[in-house]
Ligand binder design. Structure first.
Ligand SMILES: [Zn+2]
Length: 416
C-alpha cells in the first residue's frame, strides 16, 4: 500500500481553509471550519465522528496603545494580559534568555514596577519570570517583516480548564509592536533612559465553549484500548487566513486519515482537529483531561502544526520522550527526510505538550521557520503543498508504524 500523501489533496484543503479565512477562537471562521471538518471526517468514513465541547476563556480582539514619550507606536494587545494601562520607565531585556537575566542581574538592574521590553518568538514562556520580577507592563517586540504587528498570547500552557480561570488574565498588561517600532523604542531609551513608556489595551475576556472534532480509524488487534493519537489545531491567531499555522496541519491530518484508512492496522487511530490551541492549547488539554482514564492505552501522539511553508527552513523533530525522538528520526531518515535538529526536550508551545505531560510519548515533526508566522502575512501563496506533503509524510509513516500498519499485533510499545 502506498502511504505517500497527495499534494493536490493537501492543496485543496489549504485553499478551502484560506477561503474560510480567519479562525480565531470564538469567531465566525472557527465555527465554519469546525462544521466543514465534521463533514470531511464523515466523508472520509471515519468511525465515531463527534464534537467534544469544552469551556474556555475567550479573548475578544481589542484596541491597544503603546507610546514612548510622545512617540506613538502601532500595537496589538498581547492576549491574556491585564486589560489596563501602565506607565513607567522601561528596561530592554533582550530575548529574556537565562543569559539575559544573568547579565541584567549582574548589572543590578531591577524590573519591579517597570516596563519590560522583550524580543521573543514565544512571549508566553516569559510570564513566570516576568511575574516574579514584578513588572508593571510588557512590550513584546515581534520579528514579522514589512513592519507588520503579529498576534500573540502572553500566557499559553497549561490553561485553566474551569472558572475562576486561575492565572488568566496575567497581573500585568502587555502589547506587541513591530520590530521597526521596537528599534525606535530602544533608540529612544538609550538617548533618554528616564522617558516614560505607556501601554495598555481594553481586551474583554469571556467564558465561551469550543469544540474538538474527533474521528477514529479502528484497528484489528485484540486490545483496542491501545491507540495512536493524531492532532492538528484548526483555530488560528487573530488576523489573516493563517495558512501555514495551521491549515497545513489540518490538511495533513485529513490526508493522513485518507491514506491510512486504506490500510489494515492493529491499533486504533484517534484523529483530533483541536480547538483553541493558539490561545492556550485549550482543546488538547481538555481532551487529555476528559480522556485521562484511556490515555494509558495511548502508545503515541503525533502533533501536526506549522508543517511546512514555501520558505526554506530547518527540518525539526521535537519530543520530550527520548524513545519517540529516536523512532521519529529513524522513520524520517527512511522517508529521505533528514532532521537538522532533534529536540529531546519538554516544550509548551503546542498540542503535544499536554499529551507529553500526561505520559504519552508525543512528537512534532515540522519545518518551523515562517517569517510571517502569527501575522496577517501568513497567506496561501506562502505555503507550498509539496513541501507540506513531504514533511507530513514522515508523520504518516510514524503513525502507521505506531498503529502497526499492515500487521496483526503491532510493534512493541516505546520503552517496553
Ligand atoms: Zn499552530
Amino acid at each position: 500500500v502506498d502511504l505517500r500523501l497527495d499534494p493536490r489533496e493537501i492543496g485543496r484543503t489549504l485553499d478551502e481553509l484560506a477561503e474560510i479565512g480567519n479562525r480565531h477562537a470564538g469567531g465566525e471562521g472557527e465555527a465554519q471550519a469546525r462544521d466543514r471538518l465534521l463533514e470531511r471526517f464523515r466523508e472520509l468514513g471515519l468511525q465515531r465522528v463527534r464534537l467534544e465541547a469544552f469551556p474556555y476563556l475567550r479573548a475578544h480582539r481589542a484596541a491597544a496603545q503603546c507610546a514612548v514619550g510622545t512617540l506613538r507606536l502601532s500595537a496589538n494587545a498581547l492576549q491574556y494580559t491585564a486589560p489596563v494601562q501602565a506607565a513607567g520607565r522601561a528596561l530592554y531585556v533582550g530575548e529574556a534568555t537565562e543569559e539575559d537575566w544573568a547579565r541584567l542581574d549582574a548589572l543590578g538592574a531591577r524590573l519591579q514596577g517597570r516596563i519590560a521590553v522583550v524580543h521573543s518568538v514565544f512571549p508566553f514562556d516569559l510570564s513566570g519570570a516576568l511575574i516574579e520580577r514584578g513588572i508593571a507592563g510588557l512590550v513584546h517586540v515581534c520579528e514579522t517583516p514589512d513592519g507588520i504587528v503579529g498576534n500573540f498570547a502572553g500566557a499559553l500552557y497549561p490553561p485553566p480548564l474551569a472558572p475562576p480561570w486561575e492565572g488568566r488574565p496575567l497581573p500585568y498588561p502587555g502589547v506587541t509592536i513591530a520590530h521597526p517600532a521596537g528599534r525606535a523604542l530602544i533608540s529612544t531609551l538609550t538617548a533618554r533612559p528616564d522617558v516614560e513608556v505607556t501601554l495598555g489595551h481594553d481586551a474583554r475576556y469571556e467564558e465561551a465553549v469550543a469544540y474538538n472534532v474527533i474521528g477514529e480509524l479502528d484497528g484489528e488487534g485484540e486490545d483496542q484500548a491501545e491507540h495512536v493519537i493524531v492532532c492538528a489545531h484548526y483555530d488560528s491567531q487573530a488576523e489573516g487566513p493563517c495558512v501555514y499555522d495551521n491549515a497545513t496541519g489540518v490538511a495533513s491530518l485529513l490526508e493522513c486519515a485518507r491514506v491510512l484508512s486504506r490500510r489494515a492496522r492493529a491499533r486504533r487511530i484517534v484523529l483530533i482537529a483541536s480547538a483553541a490551541e493558539e490561545i492556550g492549547c485549550w482543546g488538547a488539554s481538555a481532551y487529555v483531561h476528559a480522556h485521562r482514564d484511556e490515555l494509558p492505552g495511548a502508545v503515541g501522539m503525533v502533533n501536526l502544526d506549522g508543517v511546512a511553508s514555501a520558505y526554506p527552513s530547518r527540518r525539526e523533530i521535537w519530543s520530550a520522550d527520548a524513545g519517540m525522538a529516536a523512532l521519529a528520526e529513524r522513520i524520517a531518515r527512511g522517508c529521505g527526510w533528514i532532521a537538522d535538529r532533534v529536540m529531546n526536550v519538554r516544550s509548551t508551545f503546542g498540542d503535544h505538550a499536554p499529551f507529553g505531560d500526561a505520559g504519552v510519548p508525543s512528537c512534532l515533526i515540522w519545518r518551523p521557520e515562517h517569517p510571517y508566522y502569527h501575522s496577517r502575512g501568513d497567506v496561501r501563496d506562502r505555503v507550498d503543498e509539496f513541501a507540506v506533503a513531504q514533511t507530513a509524510g514522515v508523520s504518516a509513516a510514524l503513525i502507521d508504524h505506531l498503529a502497526g500498519g499492515g500487521r496483526a499485533g503491532g510493534p512493541p510499545r516505546l520503552g517496553a
